[in-house]
Design a protein around this ligand. Structure first.
Ligand code: DAH
Length: 513
């Protein structure tokens, strides 16, 4: 036997096998007969047949047949006679009827009387002479004999299920009836027949076994060991399935939770700051000079209520002031200006989460691994990539021997777990040295986009806080990450509650390593 045939047989679906066997036993079988004897449903029979036909194992014929039956008018005529018959009956008795009494005499309405007249003349059963209708010789002959069309009416009445073919003696009458309106109903019926082709014959000659396939692995199968011998129906991964939109977290919430999970798994402790923060923590503690551009009104939201915030510990404030002015004992000469306590007291909506890092350093002893996720606020105008309010994640690691390499390694690891591959490029922040920005390459844009900043906190930041060990810190915008992850062109989509998008967006998680 050829390898080809062997392969074809091994790939036959159980329904194809059943169909083929049935056709072998009963070549004339119709789909519904096959369905009945094999226990398959008609749909399965037809799809198995289609599949066998596509492999040249059988041939499928499609036959469309018309089925005729009587309409309700037709049935009425079959029972009470065609309108011309009703008139002929009266005429046979009276020989002539005045045209004006026609419908009354025959008990039919005017419209029917009109139709009847046409047919009386066509059949040559009557003729009109000076307003009077007279019976003809032929009319007399047909007075007690059914016409060919009337025979068909009777036949159709007797075969209420419908008639597909008319015998020769009825053919004329049938043609006459089809020429009249509203008497016959036509229904089309499609039937299929099959023929086994040589390839099918060969397959049957070689033979195959039909093994019932189980559709489900059940408790019983497991209990009585039947699973060992059962053949399980393979999944059809191409089968159409209805779309189901299960409830799920908002995509932004999802990515935030995922980020938290990653840091918690990496041994970080979560901290939280406040939306309303003093300029001291948001800017001064980060060695940002008080005339720094980021502090300008057009970048930062300053609050009227509360107008000011309390400053921390006197010693810290003093040291910070000194560091800004002269560099104190940090080895730097500072920014060389007069530091103002009033400016440091101003209350702001935090512009980044980095103030949480300095506050955390002040309040905790190293070794420290801290992260924080939260909203930040900037005076931005809305556009496809800017929002005045968005989320950042901030991270901090402080301890003996912590290096810039640790910073790059930590970030790489974090992004990898989120499913991103990044590169680092040099950057500048007033509070870090060395500093870097992580970037990701966007295939479809053909460019690198910036994800967040990071660096080693400068001594000007660490010393006033009482920290003598190196600290790495990083911060990135979360909406950016979400836009890339969910393939969103416009950042506003993340806040629009667009139900179609929310339903359809796949919440695929990053790569967990
Ligand atoms: N705060 C910066 C921003 O909002 C990001 C950042 C840069 C955070 C460097 C850091 C850092 O902790 O060390 O863009």
């Amino acid at each position: 036997m050829s390898e080809d045939i062997k392969k074809t047989i091994s790939e036959l679906h159980i329904y194809e096998k059943k169909l083929l066997k049935e056709l072998e036993a009963n070549p004339e079988a119709t789909p519904s007969q096959i369905a009945e004897s094999t226990g398959m449903d008609i749909k399965s029979v037809m799809s198995a047949a289609g599949s066998l036909a596509s492999k040249d194992i059988i041939e499928m014929h499609k036959d469309v047949q018309k089925i005729y039956s009587l309409t309700s008018d037709g049935l009425e005529y079959a029972e009470h006679g065609l309108p011309e018959r009703r008139i002929l009956e009266v005429l046979a008795e009276k020989k002539e009827i005045s045209m004006k009494d026609l419908s009354k005499e025959a008990g039919i309405d005017k419209k029917e009387a009109g139709i009847a007249l046409g047919w009386l003349r066509q059949k040559n059963w009557a003729q009109i002479d000076q307003g009077v209708l007279n019976i003809t010789e032929l009319g007399k002959e047909f007075a007690d004999k059914a016409g060919v069309d009337e025979k068909v009416l009777d036949y159709l009445k007797a075969n209420a299920d419908g008639v597909k073919l008319f015998t020769d003696d009825l053919l004329d009458g049938f043609k006459k009836l089809t020429g009249r309106k509203n008497i016959l109903n036509v229904k089309k019926e499609t039937s299929h027949s099959f023929k086994i082709l040589p390839k099918g014959e060969e397959i049957l000659k070689i033979g195959f076994t039909i093994k019932e396939q189980a559709t489900q692995l059940t408790h019983e199968h497991l209990k009585d060991g039947e699973w060992k011998s059962l053949e399980y129906r393979p999944y059809d991964i191409n089968a159409e399935a209805p779309l189901v939109f299960a409830g799920k977290k908002h995509p932004l919430r999802e990515i935030i939770d995922e980020i938290r999970e990653i840091f918690l798994n990496m041994g970080f402790v979560e901290d939280n700051g406040e939306y309303v923060e003093s300029a001291f923590w948001n800017f001064d503690s980060l060695f940002q000079p008080q005339d720094h551009a980021a502090r300008e009104m057009q970048d930062t939201f300053y609050l009227k209520n509360p107008l000011t915030c309390d400053l921390p510990d006197d010693a810290l404030v003093k040291l910070t002031a000194e560091t800004h002015e002269t560099g104190a004992d940090t080895g730097s000469i500072g920014w060389q200006y007069d530091w103002s306590e009033d400016i440091a007291r101003q209350s702001v909506l935090r512009t980044h989460t980095t103030g949480i890092s300095t506050k955390h350093l002040f309040e905790h002893e190293p070794p420290i691994k801290m992260f924080s996720v939260g909203r930040v606020f900037r005076r931005e105008t809305f556009d496809y990539k800017h929002l005045p309010e968005f989320h950042q994640v901030e991270g901090l690691v402080c301890g003996e021997g912590i290096s810039y390499q640790n910073l790059l390694g930590t970030l790489k690891e974090f992004y990898k777990k989120l499913g991103f591959e990044v590169r680092f490029r040099p950057a500048y922040f007033p509070y870090t040295y060395l500093s870097t920005e992580s970037e990701i390459y966007l295939e479809e844009k053909g460019s690198w986009i910036e994800l967040g900043g990071a660096g080693m906190f400068r001594p000007e930041v660490l010393k006033p806080l009482g920290i003598n060990q190196p600290a790495l810190a990083f911060g990135m915008g979360i909406e950016r990450l979400a836009m890339i992850r969910y393939d969103v062109e416009d950042i506003r989509m993340l806040y629009k509650s667009d139900i179609k998008w929310l339903r359809e967006v796949p919440i695929d998680r990053g790569v967990r390593l």
